[in-house]
Write a protein that binds this ligand. Structure first.
Ligand SMILES: NC(=O)c1ccc[n+]([C@@H]2O[C@H](COP(=O)([O-])OP(=O)(O)OC[C@H]3O[C@@H](n4cnc5c(N)ncnc54)[C@H](O)[C@@H]3O)[C@@H](O)[C@H]2O)c1
Length: 405
């Protein structure tokens, strides 16, 4: 790679970053690129080289606000720049495949937001490109950010250490309520051609990844239902992230509002999943409960610094769920931050994502979650859709077979 230049002060070499898209995720990722090297020791020094947005004036204003050195209005120009070694894709999922494959073929590392793509075929093409690039020392990662929440990382450690025994039940919900108003406009997240699916791919993808990450087991089969409660909405005027203004014309909602499914996991656990944007009063509740043969773990992102552990070996007289405040030295990622009890927030997950990515690139290791991991989640999402359509149980193909096919 020629991307990493020696830093003028002789410390870590620079890694030029080009980021495409600058709204919700663009702002979160910018914060992470600005912060990571100031709190963690990184083998490369990220430089916020160029921000890409289709409207140059708006992108220039965003670059100034978010801390980027320069602006491009066409993402292809970002990939061609020789001062850029890594492309950070923060655009809607219908653009991920084209951008990521072009970047990898041009020898740029890639961080791509989730879901990896809108279809299994796109995710497969991306995974093939990523695996060819890895052989050339060019790396890629998909942005399943919530893995980097310290309480989630601790939950994984505890499960892998056997703290709750053999996993029996996985109960996962991702609950939001931002489109309960039928007057909320038809933003890109409600259009299949842009988003691929609705609550399923947008937030259901996260709970698939999280439960697989925590348990070390993957989803092998599903039976599902999808529901679209509001089938027509006002067309969108201005829109960004989870917000938008409504116009007087209307259009069809072409994705699910809610997705529910049962699943079997590879290690014998059974699971229930629920992803909805109609859970009135729930804003960003990612609730995961794992029941094992010796105990349980419970997490809710709306109290993201806490992890609840039930130790089934405790004497019955004092047994109960124990609240672990995951801010102690030695807890995952926490050493770099504040004294115990000084809480972390949403943005820290993105900083940890940059830390893990740059650390892996610096070491020449393949970062995780990989595009192959993103493909496997995509296959679960596709199986959920097929099952909901046919009312069937659907097997999730083994992704290694799919990539090798
Ligand atoms: N990791 C997470 O927790 C998380 C959270 C929210 C969104 N996401 C994912 O991040 C991605 C972006 O979502 P968002 O909420 O930031 O969307 P958004 O609507 O807020 O922003 C999308 C941005 O992409 C830009 N864009 C679209 N097409 C472009 C193109 N061809 N060239 C340049 N810029 C282009 C838009 O102008 C806008 O700046 C999606 O894949 C979404 O699923 C991930």
């Amino acid at each position: 790679m020629t991307d990493a230049r020696t830093h003028p002060n002789g410390r870590a070499r620079e890694l030029g970053v080009g980021m495409i898209g600058y709204s919700f995720m663009g702002a979160a990722h910018s914060q992470a690129w600005r912060t990571a090297g100031h709190f963690f020791d990184l083998p490369l020094s990220p430089r916020m080289t160029v921000l890409c947005g289709r409207n140059r004036d708006a992108a220039s204003a965003a670059a100034l606000r978010l801390g980027w050195d320069s602006v491009e209005a066409d993402w292809r120009n970002v990939i061609e720049r020789d001062d850029v070694g890594l492309i950070d894709i923060c655009t809607p999922s219908n653009s991920h495949a084209e951008m990521a494959i072009a970047a990898l073929e041009a020898g740029r590392h890639v961080l791509c937001e989730k879901p990896l793509a809108n279809t299994v075929d796109e995710a497969l093409a991306m995974t093939r490109a990523a695996e060819a690039a890895t052989a050339r020392g060019v790396h890629s990662m998909v942005g399943f950010t919530y893995r980097r929440v310290p309480a989630i990382a601790l939950a994984r450690q505890l499960v892998l250490e056997g703290a709750i025994g053999d996993i029996r039940h996985v109960r996962a919900q991702y609950l939001q309520d931002w489109i309960t108003d039928p007057g909320f406009p038809l933003v890109w997240r409600l259009q299949k051609e842009h988003a691929g699916s609705g609550a399923l791919g947008d937030i259901g993808a996260h709970i698939v990844d999280l439960t697989q990450f925590i348990t070390g087991q993957h989803v092998t089969s599903v039976t599902a239902l999808l529901e679209t409660f509001i089938k027509e909405r006002p067309l969108a005027g201005e829109a960004s992230g989870l917000q938008g203004t409504a116009s007087t014309e209307t259009g069809q909602v072409t994705v699910d509002d809610a997705a529910l499914w049962l699943a079997r996991l590879s290690g014998g656990a059974v699971a229930t999943y629920e992803a909805t944007r109609f859970a009135t009063g729930r804003k960003n509740a990612i609730r995961i409960e794992i029941n094992g043969s010796n105990g349980s773990l419970a997490f809710d992102f709306e109290a993201m610094n806490e992890l609840f552990l039930y130790d089934g070996t405790d004497e019955a007289r004092i047994a109960g769920f124990r609240r672990i405040l995951v801010t102690e030295p030695g807890h995952p990622y926490v050493d770099a931050w504040w004294p115990p009890g000084h809480l972390l927030g949403y943005e820290h997950g993105f900083t940890h994502q940059v830390v893990d990515l740059v650390t892996a690139i610096g070491a020449g290791d393949a970062p995780v979650p990989s595009f192959a991991d993103g493909l496997q989640v995509q296959q679960v999402l596709a199986a959920v859709e097929t099952s909901a359509h046919h009312g069937s149980w659907e097997k999730v193909p083994d992704s290694e077979t799919a990539v090798g096919a």
